[in-house]
Design a protein around this ligand. Structure first.
Ligand code: GTQ
Length: 352
């Protein structure tokens, strides 16, 4: 194909003059950019990166001395991909940050079209209130804040709460679809009894006359203990995936689909001493270590990982994990979007 393309020298005064006339009319020659904009495979500007919790935690606690949760609105350190500097992005489509709410603080109510998920890194019993229901947060839990739902966070415990935020900020920005609203009421009214959503949807039962299906899971808190117990049973009763170990996604109880339309969370267990086969997929993925120690080889980088560390694997970059102990990774990506658009692909390398 390439050999048959006719080569024309475009570095002539005639072309230069032509291009400059084109530019004045807001048109441009595709042949100058085609290979760059339609690549033979994904070429992500994102880089593999690792944020050890032992580095991030003290910086976050410093922020806790400098600014209150209320002053900041959200006291968050943005995890900036080194290949996407100043874009507030960890992958090309997603935002990740580490949020701190200190004892006695409230992060005031707001809502936005961006969807959020929270994976709790530290703390027990602080709360986030989402659309009238208050959710307690414990290490390893996943809590959803779907698009346009009012949310505020409060810490009535005696210890800091720290979590990993994942939001679809860059994706929403690409689509120019960002809306945000503030409220003059710092905290929303709690209108549903504690655990209402789990009582309704957490037992593999759904109300027979439930209303219309939403793209967002009506189950919004996924306790770590339950996910962990499932992984443990799967470890001993099922065949391990050579690329993942055991990997499960969080599911919408009414549709079985991803829990939100734009951000897909999953959790995986790499059993002790397993080195996974190389794997890549088109969804750049953010990972947080829930439990255990191990290493991640991503492209040409190798990260040595401890609990609460966060790292990112860009789109279409080969990755493999080695578990020094049973190694549990929480992860999220834009895979639900790519699947719906017919764009998602994966490739499996050779088994070690
Ligand atoms: O908790 O609502 O990390 O609005 C970034 C934007 C968290 C939040 C972030 C947000 C939030």
């Amino acid at each position: 194909m390439d050999q048959t393309r006719v080569q024309v020298s475009t570095k002539t005064p005639e072309f230069a003059a032509y291009y400059s006339r084109l530019s004045q009319k807001n048109v441009a020659p595709l042949w100058q950019v085609l290979r760059k904009i339609v690549t033979t495979e994904p070429v992500s500007p994102a880089q593999p990166a690792h944020w050890p919790y032992q580095d991030v935690r003290p910086l976050l606690l410093e922020a806790g001395k400098l600014i209150s949760a209320e002053q900041a609105e959200r006291r968050v350190l943005v995890l900036e991909n080194p290949g996407l500097k100043n874009l507030s992005s960890i992958t090309h489509s997603l935002f990740a940050g580490i949020q701190l709410v200190l004892p006695g603080e409230v992060a005031p109510q707001h809502r936005h079209s961006q969807a959020a998920l929270r994976f709790i890194l530290e703390g027990k019993g602080a709360t986030t209130t989402v659309n009238g229901e208050r959710f307690e947060m414990y290490s390893g839990d996943l809590i959803l804040t779907p698009s346009w739902q009012w949310h505020d966070h409060q810490n009535e415990t005696s210890e800091p709460i720290v979590w990993l935020d994942g939001l679809d900020i860059a994706l929403v920005a690409l689509l120019d679809a960002s809306f945000m609203q503030h409220s003059n009421q710092k905290e929303q009214e709690v209108t549903r009894p504690k655990e209402t959503s789990r009582t309704l949807y957490g037992a593999n039962l759904v109300p027979v006359d439930d209303g219309p299906v939403s793209l967002n899971s009506p189950l919004m808190r996924f306790p770590y203990a339950e996910a962990r117990a499932a992984l443990e049973r799967l470890k001993t009763t099922t065949a391990w995936d050579p690329c993942h170990g055991i990997r499960m996604r969080y599911a919408h109880p009414r549709t079985g689909d991803w829990v939100m339309p734009t951000i897909g969370p999953a959790i995986q267990l790499v059993p002790k001493n397993l080195t996974t086969a190389e794997y890549r997929s088109t969804d750049g993925a953010v990972f947080a270590v829930a439990e255990g120690h191990g290493t991640a080889k991503i492209g040409s980088e190798t990260f040595s990982l401890a609990p609460q560390d966060v790292f990112v694997c860009p789109s279409w970059m080969w990755r493999s994990f080695t578990a020094e102990s049973d190694f549990v990774l929480f992860t999220f990506s834009d895979r639900p979007v790519q699947e719906k658009l017919g764009l998602w692909r994966e490739e499996r390398g050779v088994t070690n």
